[in-house]
Design a protein. Structure first.
Ligand code: ATP
Ligand code: MG
Length: 489
């Protein structure tokens, strides 16, 4: 289990970017993309249209990150874009003709080309009203942040940065091209995007943007749950989720989209007898990220479970007469609240089941003491975790934020021991798919009864027996079944 301070160095956001590095990185990236940029640029140019690489790929090129999702913006209208792609792209499809976006693929590149926009939102409606625009500068002014409002015209490779995106990138700063209040009024989702990009890029958010987010937070209500969910998911999966989450909490946005998180900031009782659950939660999230190699890389379910694992605490807190504080059943209550919140945010049923199960089981290990669990208890742990077992290992290990090194080490060893026992038992039996030693047909044969309620009861009896004692032969199981049947009435 990592100590609370370990890994902090890796978690420190980059803060700023050296512009000489950015310049070199962009040049290298444009050369790599030359086959696309030159060919596509020439086609549009010949037809009398402007075309420019824009947004994410330009920003990421400056950060030395390359990817094959290329966004372009153009003076051409959607029908014209399609016509110009025909005969060049490997495939072309309509992403949102009404919004001016055509998608295509060329070799390894996913390409999205969007007509210049000058978009304005009706503040009371969820539906954007799209107006096509006529200049690159105008299009860039409608974008969310200056670092996303840079473009490279093709085929000329002229760099266009009317809002000082390069400087902001150099300072690691998120600013809106124009007044943040106007930008967020046009599209309140941009407030969530500010938190998401802060978390992805490790950037600071301009104080004017934070102020606008704070005063306009409740405007997020007009945005659909699906769009909020998608930004939240990207934030949680980012390298610096603490940055984005703190910003959501600080501005009051979290109180609207994920109220269970700020609710963890419990007013401490006068003796400071229990730790700040909110701070603990962010640390558990970071520690679970440190253990993600076990899961094969960034994992939303694991991270979200870390974030939600203690949300049952505020509701279950009781001050006892002897001066202690308890949170009885906060695992069960937390799992229920997790379901509710994830349903409201329109997460998939599978994600909801997985996260809720992890929240519900996050305390189970603590009954393990120094390893006195019976084989039966170990089997039940594995069976109840089901396909979430690897994530439960991560969550339980991460859920130790004590500053007492010796205590942390002891917990780590105890968990190592549990994992070893699981491995040993697994070698002998298929624990995750435990079934009784006899099936329904055999039960009916042995007891000579027809299908019905009694078969189900017998099945459950044999399952309990199987969990308690491990696998048994047919004869032993049959004898136990008959003894249970005889003793039954
Ligand atoms: P990623 O695709 O990795 O999530 P990205 O920067 O490409 O990151 P997208 O959400 O794909 O972000 O958006 C592409 C570009 O479109 C952004 O860089 C930004 O310029 C612009 N954009 C997207 N959504 C908005 C919005 N709601 N308001 C203003 N501009 C936006
Ligand atoms: Mg994108």
């Amino acid at each position: 289990m990592p100590s609370p301070v370990s890994g902090e160095a890796d978690r420190r956001p980059p803060g700023s970017v050296r512009l000489v590095d950015a310049q070199r990185d962009v040049a290298a990236e444009l050369d790599r993309l030359a086959p696309v940029l030159d060919a596509l640029g020439a086609r549009f140019d010949t037809a009398g249209h402007e075309l420019a690489l824009v947004g994410g790929p330009v920003r990421d090129a400056m950060l030395g990150r390359r990817h094959n999702d290329l966004d372009f913006t153009t003076s051409a209208r959607p029908d014209e874009i399609e016509r110009l792609l025909a005969g060049w792209a490997d495939a072309t499809w309509d992403i949102g003709r009404a919004f001016g976006t055509i998608g295509s693929r060329k070799g390894p590149f996913q390409i999205e080309i969007t007509t210049y926009r000058s978009e304005s939102y009706d503040p009371t409606s969820r539906k954007p009203a799209v107006d096509f625009g006529d200049s690159l500068e105008g299009d860039l002014g409608r974008r969310d942040f200056t670092v996303n409002a840079m473009a490279v015209r093709v085929p000329s490779r002229d760099f266009v940065d009317p809002y000082g995106g390069v400087l902001d990138l150099g300072h690691g700063l998120l600013r809106t091209p124009n007044r943040p209040e106007d930008s967020f009024s046009d599209d309140p989702l941009r407030m969530m995007r500010a938190a998401r990009f802060a978390a992805q890029l490790g950037f600071t958010v301009d104080p004017a943007v934070v102020a606008a987010m704070t005063s306009m937070a409740e405007r997020i209500a007009i945005i659909s749950a699906e769009r909020v969910r998608d930004e939240l998911t990207k934030l949680v999966l980012s390298p610096y989720p603490r940055l984005g989450l703190s910003l959501l909490v600080e501005t009051g946005l979290a109180a609207l989209v994920l109220p269970e998180l700020p609710a963890l900031i419990l007013e401490k009782d006068e003796h400071h007898r229990h730790k700040d659950v909110y701070e603990h939660t962010l640390t558990v999230l970071e520690q679970s990220i440190d253990l993600e190699d076990r899961l094969g890389g960034p994992d939303f379910v694991s991270r979200f479970a870390a974030l939600m694992h203690d949300i049952g605490k505020p509701r279950t807190r009781r001050f006892m007469g002897d001066g202690t504080v308890t949170f009885h059943h906060h695992d069960v209550v937390g799992a229920k609240l997790t379901r509710k919140r994830m349903q409201a945010l329109k997460f998939s049923g599978d994600d909801i089941d997985a996260v809720a199960r992890l929240v519900e089981l996050h305390l189970r290990f603590h009954g393990y003491g120094s390893g006195q669990w019976t084989d039966s208890a170990v089997r039940r742990y594995v069976r109840d975790a089901g396909d979430q077992l690897a994530r439960l290992h991560v969550l339980t290990r991460a859920d130790c934020t004590t500053r007492n090194q010796r205590k942390a080490e002891r917990l780590r060893q105890t968990y190592d021991d549990l994992e070893e026992r699981i491995a040993r038992l697994s070698e002998q039996e298929e624990m995750a798919s435990i079934r009784p030693d006899l099936d329904g047909t055999q039960i009916m044969e042995i007891l000579d009864i027809p299908p019905g309620r009694e078969v189900g009861e017998a099945y459950r009896f044999l399952l309990e027996l199987r969990l308690d004692d491990g696998p048994a032969s047919y004869d032993v199981a049959k004898a136990a079944l008959l003894a249970w049947w005889a003793a039954r009435d």
